[in-house]
Design a protein around this ligand. Structure first.
Ligand SMILES: Cc1cc2nc3c(=O)[nH]c(=O)nc-3n(C[C@H](O)[C@H](O)[C@H](O)COP(=O)(O)OP(=O)(O)OC[C@H]3O[C@@H](n4cnc5c(N)ncnc54)[C@H](O)[C@@H]3O)c2cc1C
Length: 299
């Protein structure tokens, strides 16, 4: 292979990509991170379930520390959005962005996932204030005893309502007029857990106005107030660079991998939210360690 070919290209510089970079750097491999700069870490007001931080740590600070950690071991970052990924005849990969190209023997795709967002003015501010939260696995513990709304259709919305009720909250499922689709047994389970169901779909949601955490105006004119809202509208795994190469993925974009995080495309590995339903920093780091070590052992 020519000298200018990298050992590994890491696409995405969030929790997974930066952890992969630490491992590759410490294995003395030539790696490069190409990152668009949109890590979901930056929206975490304070995470409290990352091992080693018993008092929690703010997402932006964790991101800064992870970047410093990756660069400490010599893996640089270029801030670009990769537009295309090609598999070349010799088995290596070429990534292209803004008229530039990088070639590597292996790729770790760590492009994350995107939440489907509700229409709320000032959504980012409400996320920072903890009025709108996306991940009850992450921060359901912090909601104990609150008035909580879950916005989502039958299936996901119903499951998340039950999950959040488990923290001793008063939960209202904003069912978006899908409650008719729910089986009688599931409705009975909701009732048993004390979950209320809003019959009328939401018309307008506002946060942080007049000291009210979340105000929801329903289409029938009723106004409800909550401390916290969990949107449960779904997630899209950012898998397009892999599926364009023929990598197998589920309908929602979650990529299929083997036990070493390799996709169905030889040499293309994935780590983090792009490859899993359990969107967690610890999981992203675990994936990255597995993928980086598997690649190191093949080089
Ligand atoms: C509000 C909120 C609170 C959360 N709280 C917690 C918590 O308390 N605990 C916890 O464990 N998890 C929490 N999470 C989830 C956690 O943030 C994610 O699981 C974690 O960031 C996943 O890491 P990742 O590297 O897979 O994706 P990300 O960290 O999102 O990084 C993906 C990176 O890839 C880049 N990228 C995408 N496409 C391209 C491209 N084409 N070219 C170049 N770069 C690209 C993106 O810009 C981004 O920088 C929370 C998430 C949110 C939104």
């Amino acid at each position: 292979m020519p000298d200018d070919i990298l050992d590994c290209l890491v696409i995405g510089g969030g929790a997974a990509g930066l952890t992969a970079a630490v491992y590759l750097g410490r294995y003395k491999r030539r790696a490069l991170i190409l990152d668009a700069g949109g890590s979901r870490l930056q929206w975490i007001p304070r995470t409290r379930n990352v091992p080693g931080f018993p008092d929690g740590i703010e997402g932006p600070e964790l991101l800064a520390r992870m970047r410093e950690h990756a660069h400490r071991y010599g893996t640089p970052t270029e801030q670009v959005t990769v537009e295309r990924l090609h598999k070349l005849d010799d088995g290596s990969f070429r990534a292209e962005a803004q008229g530039r190209a990088w070639t590597a023997r292996f790729v770790i795709l760590a492009t994350g996932a995107r939440d489907v967002e509700p229409e709320i003015d000032g959504l980012r501010g409400a996320m920072k204030a903890g009025q709108v939260r996306y991940c009850p696995i992450c921060d359901g513990y912090e909601t104990q005893g609150q008035r909580v709304a879950v916005l989502g259709r039958a299936g996901h919305g119903l499951r998340e309502s039950l999950f959040v009720a488990n923290f001793g909250n008063t939960v209202t499922w904003l069912a978006m007029a899908t409650q008719e689709e729910v089986a009688a047994a599931d409705l009975a389970q909701l009732r048993a857990a004390g979950v209320l169901v809003a019959d009328s779909p939401p018309h307008c949601i506002s946060c942080g106005v007049d000291d009210v955490g979340v105000r929801v105006e329903l289409q029938n004119g009723q106004v409800l107030e909550f401390d916290t809202l969990y949107p449960a509208l779904g997630l899209h795994h950012s898998c397009e660079l892999a599926t364009a190469l023929g990598a197998r993925a589920r309908k929602d974009g979650q990529l299929e991998v083997d036990s070493h995080q390799q996709t169905s495309v030889e040499g293309l590995y994935v780590a983090g939210d792009v490859a899993v339903d359990l969107n967690q920093i610890a999981v992203a780091a675990g994936h990255a360690a597995i993928a980086a070590t598997a690649i190191h052992n093949r080089l």
